[in-house]
Design a protein around this ligand. Structure first.
Ligand SMILES: Cc1ncc(COP(=O)(O)O)c(C=O)c1O
Length: 389
């Protein structure tokens, strides 16, 4: 398909590595935009040339510029997103706003959430929370009704993934959000595997708290994660995990009175912001926010449909959902010798990964050409045949 027929191929020129590889790993590490090298060189140069003046002249503005692009991508208003080094920390900050009281001790999550946040919730159990982990059904499928049934008046927080990291199953949030609202629980959605590949809209879906990060679909590398807080909710939340950048006047260095939290999104900050990570992530995040989730989703569905068509033709077992509304951006191919096949393909510059129980994981993105989909599937087929011998 030419760039006239596929307008998103216009963005491919920003990603030199996709010309050297078959890049099908955006669910784990998105391709690096060329702008990263320039952004980091400018960071080093500013530090070197401007010294302490770098903060005022450049760096202090960076977190809100990056957060602003993320807010646009999520459909949120300016000033609703704060940045954090990873999702675990972002969720830690959000959960530190909640007191798990004896009459409302519960955090409801699912067995298919990302391990790091499940470990964080386990830690909360030491501080009075009662963690209810809703189990998956056969094939690691989560059923929304099971989650709704677990939410009651004892629930303080519902913390779930929008797209499950292993199987790329998309959860339909509306009934869960309705039930959480009904019982007065906060809903926190881990959108790491959704934002940047799904048409996410925090206002349309009226979400309370959303977390995610830069590494995957946002092509921003490691180091930038975000916390979106619904604007009406934000002033009612006071994080216990906080620090001087959360103060309304950090440079007053005030220790005489109690901590006075900033009125805006900075109330969710804590220590000194990680400027180089935010600068490295900015080119990718701005590109993805500029394209928008709707156009990426439309293309992603088209390309994953082709992959599924070939998988069906070749009789392959697929571990990710087949239905459009249920599948995220990743196709899981449950093939024999997945680990060896993955290693074989990586050695050929075919970028993908594999996970125990679901097999090979492959994801096209906005920079993928349609012919590369056929090419990668053929390469997997050859490798499976070779490894099977
Ligand atoms: C759904 C999901 N949540 C969270 C993470 C990562 O969490 P953290 O940023 O804390 O490493 C990942 C993947 O790395 C993920 O797929």
């Amino acid at each position: 398909m030419s760039s006239a027929a596929d307008p998103l191929l216009e963005y491919r020129r920003h990603f030199p590595s996709v010309e050297r590889t078959l890049h099908f790993a955006s669910h784990t590490l998105g391709a690096m935009p060329a702008g990263v090298a320039e952004s980091l060189a400018e960071y080093a140069n500013t530090w070197d040339q401007r010294g302490i003046r770098a903060w005022e002249e450049r760096w202090m503005g960076v977190p809100s510029q990056v957060a602003g692009a993320i807010a646009r991508l999520l459909g949120g208003a300016e000033g609703t997103v704060s940045l954090h080094p990873n999702v675990t920390s972002a969720q830690d900050v959000a959960l530190s706003c909640v007191t798990f009281r004896p009459e409302r001790p519960r955090l409801v999550c699912t067995a298919e959430d990302f391990p790091s946040v499940l470990y964080l919730y386990e830690g909360l159990a030491r501080r009075g929370a009662e963690v209810v982990r809703v189990p998956a059904r056969a094939g690691r499928r989560m059923i929304e009704e099971d989650i709704v049934a677990a939410i009651d008046e004892r629930t303080a927080v519902v913390a779930i993934s929008l797209v499950l990291f292993r199987t790329a199953q998309v959860l339909e949030l509306s009934a869960i959000a309705r039930r959480a609202r009904e019982v007065g629980a906060l809903l926190m959605v881990d959108a790491y595997q959704g934002a940047g590949v799904l048409d996410l809209d925090v206002k349309r879906d009226d979400l309370d708290l959303v977390t995610g990060g830069s590494i995957k679909w946002l092509c921003g590398g490691p180091g930038t994660s975000y916390l979106y807080v619904r604007p009406q909710l934000a002033p009612t939340l006071s994080p216990a995990v906080t620090g001087w950048f959360g103060h309304e006047q950090p440079f007053a260095f005030d220790t005489d009175g109690p901590h006075r939290l900033h009125a805006g999104e900075r109330r969710f900050w804590n220590g000194t912001p990680s400027i180089p990570a935010y600068l490295a992530s900015r080119p990718g995040i701005e590109l993805v926010a500029g394209i928008g989730g709707a156009a990426i989703r439309e293309k992603s569905l088209r390309l994953t449909s082709r992959m599924l068509e070939l998988a069906r033709e070749w009789g392959w077992k697929v571990g990710s959902p087949l239905e459009e509304a249920r599948r995220g951006g990743t196709v899981c191919l449950d093939l024999p010798n997945a680990a060896a096949v993955c290693a074989d393909l990586l050695a050929q510059d075919v970028l993908l990964d594999h996970r125990p129980g679901v097999g090979l994981r492959l994801a096209p993105h906005f920079y993928t050409r349609a012919d590369e989909v056929d090419e990668v599937m053929a390469r997997v087929r050859t490798s499976v045949e070779r490894m099977g011998r």
